[in-house]
Design a protein around this ligand. Structure first.
Ligand SMILES: [Zn+2]
Length: 318
């Protein structure tokens, strides 16, 4: 594979955020400003995901060339769902949400097609770059990000750099066990944080509790759990205390392992609001060495639009 040189005069990068349902692509500058973007349905399982990614990039380039004739691109940054072999820029594994995607040599394919330098990383890792530039991570050299959504994703920044590990899988913070005899996890582990703190698991555990109480309600989602919690309902409170204990236990472990100055929490569960953060800070304090906890901030993630797409582009300036 030919190596593509960076153009020092180029001001714009194409950032691409590849998810199970949507692909967002946009022109992004070094300040994280978005100048034109497109959003396409992934259509996973119906059409090739690579074809959809290429289509999104082609549309953004066409739009950029219309509004800025002579547009000079620095490269393409991709933040993708799945586990990414970071050096190769290939998809090492992907969930059943994107069939046929695992094994894709995405970096090679896109470099060949667009004749531009390409960097591919995991979608949560690139969110940490958005935090560094625009979010709570500004000025922080040692921090970690937890994305509490369908699953629990993580990213780890040490000495100002993302930690990739041997091939790019580092920072799977959702799959540390918070209960060695706990709920079996999809990863093969037992009692993983993801089984207690993802939006999916919060809703599932609430439905299980209601069924045990003889009040089955299959419509309950995460938002409903938070509404019941804020209304003071005891079942929702019991469930959220478990969730907070699991999160507090995991975060105390991260603090003892990595000595971060900041923990950033995003994803749908962070939408539970300030009460979640206030109680979580107390829970972490109960479980951490005071000397290690001193000065550690626990903050919500960047709330602006297109954080994943911006972070994907920012890789080219790292
Ligand atoms: Zn797991």
């Amino acid at each position: 594979m030919e190596e593509y040189g960076y153009n020092p005069l180029a001001d714009y990068v194409i950032g691409v955020d590849v998810g199970g349902t949507k692909i967002n692509a946009g022109l992004v500058n070094a300040q994280g400003d978005v100048l034109g973007m497109v959003s396409l349905a992934t259509m996973a399982g119906e059409v090739s995901t690579v074809d959809r990614i290429e289509k999104a990039i082609r549309e953004v380039i066409a739009e950029g060339e219309r509004s800025m004739p002579g547009l000079c691109l620095k490269g393409i940054g991709v933040g993708s769902a799945g586990q990414i072999d970071w050096e190769k820029g290939s998809i090492r594994s992907a969930s059943e949400l994107i069939p046929g995607y695992a094994g894709t040599a995405l970096k090679d394919i896109l470099q060949e097609h667009f004749q531009l330098p390409v960097i591919v990383d995991n979608d949560v890792n690139v969110l940490a770059l958005t935090e560094k530039l625009l979010g709570a991570g500004r000025g922080a050299e040692h921090f970690l990000c937890l994305a509490l959504g369908t699953g629990v994703g993580g990213a780890l920044v040490v000495d100002g750099r993302l930690v990739h590990g041997a091939w790019g899988g580092g920072g799977e913070l959702g799959h540390i066990s918070v209960d060695f005899g706990g709920i079996p996890c999809v990863c093969g582990g037992i009692g993983c944080l993801e089984q207690y703190a993802s939006g999916t698991s919060i809703a599932r555990r609430m439905r299980e509790k209601l069924a045990q109480m003889g009040q089955p309600d299959d419509t309950v989602d995460t938002r409903e759990v938070f509404a019941r919690w804020n209304a003071g309902e005891s079942t929702a409170n019991e469930l959220m205390q478990e969730t907070l204990a699991a999160l507090g236990s995991a975060i105390a472990s991260y603090i003892h392992m990595f000595n971060p100055s900041l923990i950033v929490i995003g994803g749908g569960v962070a939408e539970a609001g300030e009460r979640l953060f206030a109680e979580l800070r107390k829970e972490v304090a109960r479980r951490s060495m005071p000397s290690m906890l001193d000065g550690v901030r626990i903050e919500p993630a960047y709330r602006g639009n297109w954080g994943g797409m911006i972070g994907a582009a920012l890789q080219l300036w790292e």
